[in-house]
Design a protein around this ligand. Structure first.
Ligand code: ARG
Length: 419
């Protein structure tokens, strides 16, 4: 029988390490591992050696940071996409790009299948499977965690020992963590109780606001057409800018998010996020839009932001709707250039200044001083017509109520008939 070739999305953790061997055994396959560098610092160390030691026939490690920022993160920043108004979607945005990496390698290697280590109850399986289906409909996707025999970490470790798969001797992390340049997602362990405040060790990349410096720090962020291009007057490429801002904001305890969220598969789950740069950039970007966007565009864009976030969260990145929403968002961003000063202080972000050549803020219209040029008299006629439907409605209501009241009184005053 001809051997299968499977490209596996590999993190180097226990699940995907066991998976290399399991796929070789159960699928009569050569397994090629593919690891995408999305700026996760911790996980990448030793991945190559680990993958070969586990039985991979080839190992790919791809630096996707720049592509991730430009083609995935920044479009969603421009859209203002925060899932359920809170989550900047570091994990959700990374999945379609990792799926694309799998598909590219599968084509290059003539693979029959791709595989990933997502569980059967999360969003990530949907994002991988749907993205692969979009990019390469003929490729088959395997998700061993959905159907293999292991019921616990201990069983996986036993299988690893039996098959000489190196397993790190360290104590298992109590949390499930997914990390990239745009943010860290942390769940499981004590976090599964929504009444429990996250213990200090749950946080990976931000300092607690209580321990943050007593003096605030001001950062000026420069945007061009909705994209951040500079920090404090220094032009930076996307990856350097976000890494730098993660460090600055994380040191002030900014970017911690504690969210009970609605998963696509119908479960409510509790997740902690740390996204210092994402939090500051979304905040600053919106502040700049408040200054430069036309009122109705700003309002419509808020609706689009929610749609965009749902689409990303639900794994629908490679869809015509995404392209259509991007077209709308990009049109709106033509005037979103300028800079915003953000004040970081003990976990909070506040706007300390904003400016743009496209600013629609007109001091002569806004001022209450003698500089005022607003036509106060014109308001009277405007309000008369603007308020006309309200007035008409209430006039009718009052009239109906008065008639009913008169009728009731008339009835009450009827003389009692003679017995
Ligand atoms: N809930 C987030 C999402 O669906 C993150 C999922 C991965 N989380 C994790 N801790 N491994 O995008």
């Amino acid at each position: 029988m001809k051997k299968n070739t499977i490209v596996l999305a590999y993190s180097g953790g226990l699940d995907t390490s066991v998976m290399v061997k399991w796929l070789m055994e159960h699928m009569n396959a050569d397994v090629i591992t593919a690891t995408g560098d999305l700026g996760q610092k911790r996980e990448l160390q030793g991945v190559q050696a680990k993958a070969y030691a586990t039985g991979a026939t080839k190992v790919y490690i791809k630096d996707l940071k720049d592509e991730f920022m430009r083609d995935y993160v920044f479009p969603s920043l421009k859209a203002g996409a925060l899932y359920e108004k809170s989550y900047p979607m570091a994990t959700a945005l990374g999945r379609p790009l990792l799926a694309k990496m799998l598909v590219d390698i599968a084509h290059k290697e003539g693979a029959t299948h791709v595989a990933h280590g997502c569980t059967g109850k999360g969003n990530d399986q949907v994002r991988f499977d749907v993205s692969v289906a979009a990019l390469s409909p003929e490729l088959k996707v395997l998700a061993p965690l959905r159907d293999w025999e292991f019921k616990s970490r201990e069983e996986e470790i036993a299988y690893a020992r039996k098959n000489n798969i190196p397993v790190a001797a360290t104590v298992a992390n109590p949390y499930s963590i997914d990390e990239n340049i745009w943010g860290t997602s942390i769940e499981c362990g004590v976090l599964e109780d929504p009444m429990v405040e996250p213990p200090a060790d749950a946080y990976q990349r931000t300092i607690s606001p209580e321990l943050a410096p007593d003096t605030p720090e001001y950062v000026e962020i420069e945007f061009e057409e909705g994209i951040p291009v500079g920090l404090g007057g220094r032009r930076l490429d996307p990856v350097s800018l976000v890494f730098t801002l993660n460090d600055i904001a994380g040191a002030h305890g900014v970017g911690r998010i504690d969210l009970v969220e609605n998963r696509l598969v119908g479960i409510k789950s509790r997740e902690i996020y740390e996204a210092p740069a994402a939090t500051v950039l979304h905040f600053a970007h919106t502040e700049l839009e408040r200054l430069t966007l036309d009122k109705s565009v700003f309002h419509m864009k808020n609706q689009i932001a929610a749609e965009y976030a749902n689409l990303v969260y639900n794994g629908l990145w490679f869809t015509p709707l995404k392209d259509a929403l991007d077209a709308f968002v990009n049109e709106t961003q033509k005037t979103v250039s300028g800079s915003v000063v953000v004040k970081l202080y003990k976990g909070s972000t506040a706007v300390a200044g904003r400016k743009s050549v496209y600013s629609l803020y007109n001091a002569k219209l806004a001022t209450y001083t003698v500089e005022d040029t607003f036509d106060h008299k014109a308001s009277e006629g405007f309000i008369k017509i603007f308020g006309l439907p309200v007035k008409t409605y209430h006039q009718v209501q009052d009239k109906v109520a008065a008639t009913a009241e008169a009728e009731k009184e008339r009835k009450d005053l009827q003389p009692v008939p003679v017995q």
